[in-house]
Design a protein around this ligand. Structure first.
Ligand SMILES: *Cc1c(COP(=O)(O)O)cnc(C)c1O
Length: 430
């Protein structure tokens, strides 16, 4: 037996373990101080009553021979798929088919598993800073050397630039065929990357908006550029919209399919985790439109085959819980929780700015991305904040090189503790 050596290429992630270790040590040496964690990356409010009631009913059904259910359908029960189609898409003018939705145990799993259906030699474009799952799962699959990091800088609003377009006409391939119909499998019908000053064309592009960790959001015009780029180069976009429920501005797209042309170039990952507090319950879904055709094969059929072979569906009780999120009561109740987190994030954003810091995000997002003062690194400022204010943040450098110089604060704590943390920060730094 030999092991998958790709795992040895993974960088040990010390981010959250180091944050916890430093916090524990500080608390142990200062037993009477009161430490506040603005580093929480998980929801803290309980599941809403509509969800709990639906689960109780489903449990009773499972106890009765007449209503008991065994293996669920591969992609999810009709009742939940219909609710998703109706509320998440049709209401926003997007029409999808039921068999384009795949219910799952969460976006993290899908995000990693989707790599099964792509060849190992694809190049992969990933943002820096980033949710580490995109990088690590590609390394595990053997694409570690195929990763192109896209720097997301403050000057660019933490949005990655599109790769520079090749100077020659990209609408036809070197073989003379029109794009998408080219017979040269290796070049996938795209113009060769001949100009040496041209960035390589990524085969797969990971985008996440609203963004974790920066809280940045993408406008329709910006996403349109990526969609056009992906269609022109026959690249695939993996769009993670785990935080779409935090969007309040009506002009910010919640789904990539609000962008014309996205169905032929994008897979969308969604989750009930942040939307409805399902982090401990586990439910999400992935959208794979039939229009996604690469080398003459529908990605939808590959993903269906993958899921029906390696995944046996989401529990009936969880699917009823997810369905309840879309009920009138459920919608009202989850909005109360979302507003609570959003208001926390807004208070943090305003608070750290009043204390004299530059800050980003905190709007349409539970995350505030705070710029730390000159003379500090992400980690030395983390120590300073812990020591002087007894407040815990997450060092930006833990999300990638470009995160150096920033700290992530989150709105997932309690209001009272959040306000207390802000007062301390203002008092010490303001
Ligand atoms: C929290 C989060 C998810 C959701 O993951 P689940 O597995 O559904 O809980 C997905 N993407 C990002 C960027 C996240 O922060």
């Amino acid at each position: 037996m030999t092991i998958n050596k790709n795992f040895l290429d993974l960088e040990a992630s010390y981010l959250f373990s180091t944050v916890n270790k430093k916090t524990r040590e500080f608390m142990a040496s200062h037993p009477d101080v009161d430490v506040i964690k603005l580093s929480i990356g998980d929801v803290t409010r309980p599941l809403c009553p509509a969800v709990i009631e639906a689960m109780h009913r489903a449990v009773d059904e499972m106890a009765d021979e007449k209503t008991f259910r065994g293996y669920p359908p591969e992609q999810g029960y009709d009742f939940i798929l219909d609710a998703i189609l109706q509320y998440d898409y049709l209401k926003r003018g997007i029409s999808l088919k039921k068999d384009e939705i795949f219910l799952s145990d969460g976006a993290k799993s899908d995000c990693g598993n989707i790599g099964d259906i792509f060849a190992v030699d694809n190049t992969v474009a990933i943002c820096d800073p980033v949710y580490p799952v995109y990088i690590d799962t590609n390394i595990m699959n053997g694409r570690g050397k195929k990763i192109i990091l896209m720097p997301c800088s403050e000057e660019k609003g933490f949005l990655p630039d599109l790769p520079e377009l090749p100077t020659e006409d990209v609408s036809s391939c070197s073989c003379g065929a029109e794009k998408l119909t080219c017979a040269e499998g290796a070049t996938k019908g795209r113009a060769p990357n001949s100009a040496s000053d041209t960035a390589p064309v990524p085969d797969i592009i990971y985008l996440c908006f609203p963004n974790n960790p920066t809280g940045a959001v993408a406008s329709k015009a910006y996403l349109k550029k990526w969609v056009d780029y992906a269609n022109a180069h026959h690249s695939l976009i993996l769009f993670d919209s785990a935080y779409e429920a935090f969007i309040t501005q009506p002009d910010i797209p919640r789904s990539i399919y609000e962008i014309e042309g996205a169905k032929s170039c994008a897979i969308e990952l969604r989750s009930f985790s942040k939307t409805a507090g399902f982090t401990g319950l586990r439910c999400g879904y992935t959208v794979v439109p039939h229009e996604l055709v690469f080398e003459g094969v529908e990605l939808n059929s590959l993903w269906l085959r993958r899921q029906s072979t390696k995944f046996n569906g989401v529990s009936y009780i969880t699917q009823r819980a997810a369905e309840a999120v879309y009920s009138e009561e459920g919608q009202k109740q989850i909005q109360e929780n979302l507003s609570y987190y959003r208001e926390n994030a807004r208070l943090i954003y305003e608070g750290v700015r009043e204390a004299g810091f530059k800050a980003f995000g905190g709007k349409n997002s539970p995350y505030v991305w705070m710029k730390i003062p000159a003379g500090f690194t992400s980690w030395s400022f983390f120590d300073q904040l812990l020591e002087k204010c007894q407040v815990v943040g997450t060092p930006g450098s833990g999300f990638g090189k470009m995160g150096e110089g920033y700290l992530r604060l989150t709105g997932f704590g309690s209001r009272e503790r959040t306000l207390e943390a802000i007062e301390r920060i203002k008092k010490y730094f303001g």
